[in-house]
Design a protein around this ligand. Sequence first.
Ligand code: HEC
Ligand code: HEC
Length: 153
Amino acid sequence: MISKHFRLTLATLTVVVLSVGCAVSENTIAYEKVNTMRGTDVNVSDAPFDAKAYQGKKPGQQQLVARTFNGQPPVIPHTLENFDEITLEDNQCVECHGLAKYKEKGAPKMADSHFINQKVAMTRWQCNTCHVPQVDAAPLVKQNFVGSAIPKL
Ligand code: HEC
Ligand code: HEC
């Protein structure tokens, strides 16, 4: 014979299971309505993009890329292929863009904002947190960005 207590527990359990089940399915319905701007299914993990080759040749062979707004870190027009990693001691970018050799290397000098007492400020040491090389990639989402007109340097 099933005890009264056991029946009560069973009933409570059923209610709990049912309500958890409902909550989950409600969530799933709401989730399915979300659409990403790229039109991908939110439930499917994004496929990694193909690795794209950086544009540009060896430094010294291309035009600077026009800046599109004031204060923009200029994008890197040359390739970074075969460049060494930036370490605490070594920075190949500075060898060409630093004060000591920029003239000899025919490279644009780093902006004055990058130096403290003629030395590269450590806040500017990791150049590629702000300056990025270019790849030929179509925008993933249609956008109407128009740069603000800035005086040519
Ligand atoms: C061998 C010398 C050399 C090295 C090394 C080098 N550059 Fe350059 N860089 C140049 C030259 C020369 C230009 C001018 C455009 C051209 O000819 O490529 C330039 C252009 C640039 C510009 C565009 C500046 C502007 O006003 O539009 C940026 C930004 C830049 N380099 C960043 C870097 C960074 C960051 C690194 C390190 C990852 C680096 N460069 C390494 C020589 C060099
Ligand atoms: C915190 C972001 C940041 C870092 C890090 C940084 N830059 Fe810049 N860089 C800029 C901005 C922004 C400009 C545009 C001029 C300005 O506002 O100072 C610029 C300008 C330049 C220019 C063009 C010179 C000019 O007068 O406009 C060169 C060349 C350059 N940076 C090279 C480098 C190199 C090489 C490194 C690493 C040693 C580096 N930058 C690190 C943000 C950065």
